[in-house]
Design a binder for this molecule. Structure first.
Ligand code: SF4
Length: 187
């Protein structure tokens, strides 16, 4: 499972195979060189789940955060939590990546980028984000219809199907499932 993806491929794989919730966090991290705690947890555990090993995870977060807070502050304030997520610090709990249900139920505040975009974005922002992902206008209306009926995971499933031109009969219930189903098709 580990070593599944390597750092040099991560930008391209994020574009092709991350669900919108993780794509949004990834893009915001690259843009702001920072994410608040909720976002670091949601994206960090997802990346662990897709097989980014601890050393690569540290390098990934360090490359961005050091541009904003500097290397010293990164090592002092953030590296611990990354190791902690991998069970290398504290109680050595092995933290599990969040399910859709957990992400949809979260309550992101101002300045937070975690959560599920189908649930937490305005319709305008969601349309723009789906457009950037490459969802065509017909699929877009189907996705928005599901969102209006509060069927967020079905909206994500329709997005997956539109972007992969393949059915996803099981439906999307976990971001890491979205990722592995996508990789199976695209690899
Ligand atoms: Fe992420 Fe799940 Fe929401 Fe899709 S439905 S964007 S995988 S939380």
């Amino acid at each position: 499972e580990h070593g599944d993806i390597s750092l040099k491929d991560i930008d391209q794989i994020a574009k092709s195979s991350f669900p919108l919730c993780m794509r949004h966090l990834f893009d915001k991290l690259k843009e702001d060189h920072h994410l608040k705690h909720g976002g670091r947890m949601q994206l960090g555990l997802f990346l662990k789940g897709v097989g980014l090993n601890l050393d690569d995870a540290l390098a990934f977060w360090r490359a961005e955060f050091s541009k904003k807070v500097g290397l010293e502050k990164f090592e002092k304030e953030y590296a611990y939590n990354i190791r902690h997520n991998y069970g290398k610090e504290g109680k050595r709990t092995d933290y599990t990546p969040y399910s859709c249900h957990r992400i949809i139920s979260s309550t992101p505040g101002a300045g937070d980028h975690h959560g599920c975009p189908y649930r937490h974005f305005s319709e305008e922002n969601l349309r723009a984000a789906l457009g950037r992902m490459g969802v065509n206008s017909r699929a877009m209306e189907d996705v928005i219809g599901k969102v209006r009926n509060r069927h967020y995971q079905l909206a994500c499933t329709l997005t997956f199907e539109a972007l992969h031109s393949m059915p996803c009969d099981a439906g999307i219930n976990h971001p890491n499932q979205y990722f592995s189903d996508s990789r199976k098709i695209l690899q």
